[in-house]
Design a protein around this ligand. Structure first.
Ligand SMILES: *Cc1c(COP(=O)(O)O)cnc(C)c1O
Length: 422
């Protein structure tokens, strides 16, 4: 089994004539098509909307593209709100799912007409004091305990810092109704990066049942239920892609079983997917610049964990294709490494690959979400450019590579650094 990059060697060579590696490349066609499939899968629900988790890929060009496909955004910080504002998102198109929210951020969210998703009951007076209570409020739920799907334990919400208990949900709704709230939402995020197709339907059953209880106990009008993020992608060649149509149908069945009989057939379903929307449609393109033969075989590339942290941080698997050698036998075993002074800076460990020569271009797959976004500047390494491969085959620069002046920008308080700031 193999994974096929969305670019060829010839395309990368042409791009590299204008933009130095490493760079991120995003696939407009794939992003749009996938967004349409998601929308289609939930088209049975008239209020359905996906709020893309900005933290996964915070680039305004990509956000705009998703907006054109009918998506909103999910923000959790002040700068994510600013980015969304810049990309044209307005009232009803922003979910603000923050936690431990700093002072001032709710004000900005309200100013933009965002849905406020409160992580805790104690945030009610905090919100009230800061900017008043809006007419619609969402509360984040944490069922506690362990969360099981058909094929076993998925996660441990009882250990997670997010959301409130069932008793607190009831209490929060009552309190908020007393403060004039007219419509409510329910949100919960229990499992990350799962390709189990029963995750959303199982979560939906938990939240729909809770919604019926909340309505019965408080009389509150539930306007939407936010299934949040967590749907995974096939990082490994043997993983299968989630059939989003089946997921949508699964949620529909539970909706018709639980909500419709309770007279709640007008509740909108929201999602807040990040990885699923963007992960497969971003690739990190790097070049082999060194080889090393000691106790193991190493290939040094021109990117490092600063550009893609997931392998170093989670030992995450990212598939690698050596461009132009797609059909060559994988008869070498390499560690593919970056240049940080950190031994965990390895994009692949003991990976079977074709023989790699200096100058070969490597595609690191599935880097479109939680990839560039998690970048940092350790070792004084600079972040690379982001490019968009458009549907017509042309390439657009959507973020330039950092330069030393960017790294020093916050030292503009010092005369010492002046020569390096322009
Ligand atoms: C991270 C996050 C998401 C997106 O998660 P993915 O795993 O990328 O789908 C959605 N909602 C909230 C509140 C999050 O923190």
């Amino acid at each position: 089994m193999s994974k096929i990059p969305f670019v060829t060697k010839e395309q990368v060579e042409a791009i590299a004539a204008n933009y130095k590696t490493p760079f991120y490349l995003y696939d407009e066609k794939g992003i749009r098509q996938n967004a349409r499939e998601l929308k289609e899968a939930f088209s049975w629900n008239p209020g359905f909307k996906e709020f893309f988790a900005v933290k996964a890929t915070p680039n305004p060009y990509l956000l705009k593209l998703l907006r054109e496909e009918g998506c909103g955004v999910d923000c959790s910080s002040y700068t994510e709100l600013l980015l969304s504002e810049a990309a044209g998102f307005g009232a009803g198109e922003i979910m603000f799912s923050s936690n431990e929210t700093p002072v001032g951020e709710f004000t900005k969210a309200r100013q933009l007409g965002a849905y406020i998703n409160l992580d805790d009951i104690t945030h009610i007076p905090f919100l009230q004091q800061e900017c008043g209570i809006p007419e619609t409020v969402c509360m984040r739920y944490n069922p506690g305990g362990i969360y099981e799907l058909e094929n076993g334990i998925m996660d441990n919400p009882g250990d997670a810092k997010y959301g409130c208990t069932k008793e607190q949900m009831v209490q929060a709704y009552r309190e908020l109704m007393g403060l004039g709230v007219k419509r409510f939402g329910i949100h919960s995020f229990l499992v990350s990066n799962t390709i189990a197709e029963d995750y959303y339907p199982t979560l939906a059953r938990t939240l729909f049942t809770l919604a019926v209880e909340l309505k019965e106990q408080t009389g509150a009008e539930i306007a939407f239920i936010n299934l949040s993020g967590g749907i995974g992608i096939p990082y490994k060649p043997e993983d299968r892609k989630v059939d989003i149509r089946r997921v949508g149908d699964g949620v529909r069945k539970v909706y018709e079983e639980v909500l419709v009989p309770a007279g709640m057939g007008n509740v909108a379903i929201f999602t807040e997917l990040g990885r699923f929307m963007m992960g497969p449609y971003g690739e990190l393109v790097v070049k082999a610049i060194h080889e090393k033969h000691i106790y193991k075989e190493y290939i040094g590339v021109d990117a490092c964990a600063v550009n893609l942290m997931r392998p170093a941080m989670y030992r995450a698997y990212h598939h690698i294709t050596v461009l132009g050698k797609e059909n060559a036998p994988k008869d070498h075993v390499y560690d593919v490494v970056g240049s940080l002074c950190e031994n965990n800076d390895k994009f692949a460990i003991d990976r079977e690959l074709p023989k790699i020569d200096i100058g070969d271009y490597l595609v690191i797959h599935d880097a479109g979400a939680h990839g560039y976004a998690m970048g940092y500047n350790y070792n004084g390494k600079l972040k690379c450019a982001e490019l968009l491969l458009k549907e017509d085959g042309s390439v657009q620069l959507i973020r330039r590579a950092e330069q030393p002046k960017d790294y020093f920008a916050t030292l503009d308080i010092s005369d010492m650094m002046k020569p390096y700031l322009s």
